[in-house]
Design a protein around this ligand. Sequence first.
Ligand code: OKP
Ligand code: ZN
Length: 343
Amino acid sequence: MKTVYSEDHRLHAARMELIEGTLKPAVEKPERAEIVLARIRETGLGPVEPPREFGTEPLGRVHDARYLAFLERAWEMWTASGRDYEALPLVWAIRGLRAVEPEAIDGKLSYFSMDAGTPITAGTWAAARASANVALTATAMVRDGARAAFGLCRPPGHHAAADYYGGYCFLNNAAIAAQWLRDQGAARVSVLDVDYHHGNGTQAIFYERADVQFVSLHGDPRTEYPFFLGYADETGAGAGEGYTINYPMPFGTTYDVWGAALDDACGKVAGYAPDAVVVSLGVDTFERDPISHFKLTTPDFLQIGRRIARLGRPTVFLMEGGYAVEEIGINTVNVLTGFEEEA
Ligand code: OKP
Ligand code: ZN
């Protein structure tokens, strides 16, 4: 299958990230995408192509205009107020406080974010735009008849909602892709999120809709980020009732349990009969991922690809997380080659 890749992801390179109470070198770093790209070239998975420019219209179909305006100007406002290091928020409109957009950039960072672990840098907006174009270009390949395509997105997207960023995500690439497919005439689209973390942003965007199904396998939010979404009793609301399906699993989960959940999830996708499937492909379920707690092994990732292929649907794979830099290439490409073997 073809891969879509842009070097512009390098424009987003945070030095430090607030994690576990300390500033540490960022784990969501450019090497991640470069190692996946190197593995694609090494295995001969298929051609690597640059993204096309889709403009801001497809972003506005998913994200609020005020949020996009904030993202575009955040760095400029941050540096205009005298700072030249990465921007982080520090206070949130928790219960009882007023959720109104402040004037000052420090307040805006808080208003439009969900955590303090997602730095904004000089190139964040450009990199996030390129990442969305990567997703859309891969999606257009599938719309045009390809069985599958891989968007090597960075930064990732699934924690970003209509009007907030977080979890290393700014624009929700999978949601933008799914919405674009709908706007291109697909009747139903499934988003299958296999990243270790719950895709809270994608869920929130489609929660009250029946035209995009959201199915996610992830670390139980009782004990894992993003903590405040991803429970099994979240099943959609209103017209969307029944179209969100969550499989939270405990620390230590191995492929016997995870693969059974994937099998069940694929049954739900097949029952929905989507015109296309968007896979939020995180490989942070890997046993040696530095920030995660599942125990999938390198060969397990081949099985994931094979199972998804058996859905027999046009499929867009979009890169989300995965931080074991040594193995991220082999594990990601294993999903894609597993898919191709079975397709
Ligand atoms: C992004 B993606 C772990 C801190 C986690 C945020 C994780 C974002 C993951 N102790 N901080 O879903 O891979
Ligand atoms: Zn993740």
